[in-house]
Design a protein around this ligand. Sequence first.
Ligand SMILES: *Cc1c(COP(=O)(O)O)cnc(C)c1O
Length: 493
Amino acid sequence: MKESIQRAFDAENFRRQGKAIIDLLADALAADQQGQVPQANPWKTPDERLAFWEEQFQQGSSDIAAITAQIVEQSTRLHNNKYAGHQVGVVTPESALLGLISNYLNNGMAVYEVGQAATVIEKVVIQQLLPYFGYDERADGILTSGGTLGNLTALLTARSVKAGKDIWQYGQRGQRLALMVSEEAHYCVDRAVKIMGWGAEGIIKVPTDEQFRMQMDLLVPLYEQAVDNGQKVIAVIGSACTTSTGTFDDLVAIGAFCQKYDLWFHVDGAHGASAVFSKKFKSLVAGIERADSIVMDFHKMLLTPALTTAVFYKNSKNTYKTFHQKAHYLWSNQENEEWYNSGKRTFECTKLMMGARVYGILKLHGFQLWEDYVTQQFQLGKDFAALIDAHPKFELAIAPDCNIVCFRYLPEDATIDLSAFNAAIRQLLLEDGTYYIVQTQLQNQTYLRTTLMNPFTTLNDLNTLLSKIEQTAAHLIKLEQAVSEERAAMVDG
Ligand SMILES: *Cc1c(COP(=O)(O)O)cnc(C)c1O
């Protein structure tokens, strides 16, 4: 045995470094919770970071606890109560540990025999979840790597079911397929359509109303127009919710439309399908039980490490129709529907043991944790919106449905370009690093965007955020005044 190999697999080393890393992460968590971490997102330019890591690679420590400490120090701190940026889940420590188990065991899961526990745990988890969507024992589901892949998977299933299963073998044979989705839908739907080869005409974008909700009265005319145009519309996607503003489409109405025209009804619930766990907010997804397929990310609102995504199917038979791949080295029986050979139904061949993380959360805390968390965060979104609405210097984009809140600062000087000004505020906040928030474009205007993911963020923190934005705005105005005075002086001189 070569010494290098021996060293790489040293069990005592693993134990020692593992303990050091867990200590380090637990210290980081405690520090965030005790308000001892001043920046939720310490900012440096890409070139500065690159120079640092290039130098580290040449001369830095090779102790992985030390490397971990450096990575933690330079990373976005989701566990910090001033984190309100993108909708990435704040992970419970236990579910991070269960992720580690997958990293170590590395059971591939494509076939039952390589990952027996993980395969069966995934089924147990899916079965626990189905009733929350109003699905009965005919339903089923799979876990996959992210909402993007989950949506593509579900849409491939829709294509097989609604456009003929031979499509897998013979291609589309001249059929001009299309689906309908709100213009506010996540870009991954557009990508899925293009990947399937339907082209730009394959995605019919339904305009939204002033709440950014799909306009239901446009479904029939747009559908008829597409049919007249020689297209075959096979599906409608409801957003639950949209990414930019967190708006929930009317799933009851979309379901009824799909039923009437015999279309596949898919719900992109990457973020907001989690509403099903909240008694207070589950009416947002009323009608979800009508969907033929649903995507939900655990790594957004369900406190789980990325990537962990479920695709649920109302009719279990359909989950076997997505792919018709034969792989003789994997499956001895090519045609059979074997729930326990997960690779038959997922994009992944080798897959992370993602069910274990969900299983762990549910065993440790039950559904109560999700109920409490989703309810709290959605309510916080509404409370923050009320705060913004009452503030003379801020304007809410829309009254939010959930924990995604978009707004902008209104400077007194009406000649200032609002979009450029708010983008400049956002840039200064990013460079300051104390809070982390993002921005979005709504009707070609730039808005500040917060997603309230952290369960320790309080209304008080958000009040401080607004003050911070006001100070930043004042600073910007001063800067601009100084620049224009300098210019005037130059002209005079
Ligand atoms: C986040 C999101 C996605 C993409 O999911 P990933 O897990 O990031 O791939 C898709 N749709 C919606 C509505 C989302 O919010």
